[in-house]
Design a protein around this ligand. Structure first.
Ligand code: GLP
Length: 275
C-alpha cells in the first residue's frame, strides 16, 4: 500500500483522474472498476474534461461498477446506473455496451451475481479498481463483517449507511435496504487499486483502514493485503494518520510520483461538497 497526501479534495481527485488517464493511455482496452458516491463526482468531472480537452479515449475501455441497489430501475435517479450515466458515461465516448453494473432488478439475484463475476473474467478481470470508503469503512457495499474472501452477492445495508446515503434520494424513504456488491475478495482480485478518501469526516475511518489491524469490521482494511494499492487522500482526511511524515517523504522522493509533483494550477470542476 502506498499513501499520497494532497493539499485538498480537488487536487486529490485530479491526481486520481490523472492516474486513471495514464492507465487508459497505456492500455486502451483497460478494464476499469468504478465506484459511486460524492467523492467520485470530481474524479469523473476531471475525466470528462480530459476527454473533451485532451482527447482521452474511452472507446475500447470496459467498466464494471462495484455495486447497485436492489429493486431500482436503471432510470431511477437514485440508481447507480443513473449516477454513472449522468456523471460520466453520457459525457465520454464509451460504448454503453461496455459499461456493466450488477443487475439489481434480476429475478434470480444469486444467478445475476455469478454472471457478473463471470463477465468480469471473460474480459480478463479488473485492471484498475477505483474505490471510495463509507463512514463505517465499507468498500463497495461490503458492510462490517463482510468476509474478506467474499464474492459478488446481495447484501443488507447497515442502518448507518442507509442514513448517510438516503440523503441522496429525493425521497429518502425510497432508498433500498439491500444492494448487490462485488465482494472484498472480488475487489482484491483487481490488478491495481486506487482508494480515494477526502474530507475530515473520513479521517478516523481512514486511519483505522490503513494503519489499524486487518479486520472484517472495517472492510477497507483488507486492502492492506493488496500488493498494488494506492491510497490518495487530502489533508483533512489525513489528519489522524500516524505516519504522515513518511507518506509525504515517499511522495516527494519516489520517481513514480515525479510527473505529478509540481502540476500546473488546476481549474475546479465542481464546488466542494464533502465535509
Ligand atoms: C456508497 C458506495 C461506496 C462509496 C461510499 C462513500 O456507500 N457504495 O462505494 O465509497 O458510498 O460515498 P461518499 O463518497 O459519498 O462518501
Amino acid at each position: 500500500m502506498e499513501l499520497v497526501i494532497q493539499p485538498d479534495a480537488e487536487r486529490a481527485a485530479w491526481l486520481v483522474a490523472s492516474l486513471i488517464a495514464k492507465a487508459l493511455r497505456q492500455k486502451p482496452h483497460l478494464v476499469l472498476g468504478l465506484a459511486t458516491g460524492r467523492t467520485m463526482e470530481r474524479v469523473y468531472g476531471y475525466l470528462v474534461r480530459m476527454h473533451r480537452e485532451e482527447g482521452l479515449d474511452f472507446s475500447l475501455c470496459r467498466t464494471f461498477n462495484l455495486d447497485e441497489y436492489i429493486g431500482l430501475r436503471p432510470d431511477h435517479p437514485g440508481s447507480y446506473r443513473y449516477y454513472m450515466d449522468q456523471n460520466l458515461f453520457k459525457h465520454i465516448n464509451i460504448d454503453p455496451r461496455n459499461t456493466f453494473l450488477p443487475d439489481g432488478m434480476a429475478a434470480d439475484l444469486p444467478a445475476a451475481c455469478r454472471r457478473y463475476e463471470e463477465t468480469m473474467l471473460e474480459f480478463g478481470g479488473i485492471d484498475l479498481q477505483l474505490l471510495g470508503i463509507g463512514a463505517d469503512g465499507h468498500i463497495g457495499f461490503n458492510e462490517s463483517l463482510s468476509a474478506l474472501r467474499s464474492r459478488t452477492r446481495d447484501k443488507a445495508l447497515a442502518p448507518s449507511t442507509i442514513a448517510v446515503n438516503s440523503t441522496l434520494f429525493a425521497h429518502p424513504g425510497e432508498m433500498p435496504k439491500r444492494a448487490i456488491t462485488m465482494g472484498v475478495g472480488t475487489i482484491l482480485d483487481a490488478r491495481t487499486i486506487i482508494l480515494l478518501v477526502t474530507g475530515k469526516s473520513k479521517a478516523d475511518i481512514l486511519a483505522k483502514a490503513v494503519e489499524g489491524p486487518i479486520t472484517s469490521m472495517v472492510s477497507a482494511s483488507a486492502l492492506q493485503l493488496h500488493s498494488k494499492c494506492r491510497v490518495v487522500v487530502d489533508e483533512s482526511a489525513a489528519a489522524k494518520l500516524q505516519a504522515q511524515d513518511y507518506y509525504r517523504w515517499i511522495y516527494e522522493t519516489e520517481s513514480d510520483w515525479e510527473e505529478f509533483r509540481h502540476p500546473q494550477p488546476i481549474q475546479k470542476v465542481l464546488p466542494l461538497t464533502t465535509g
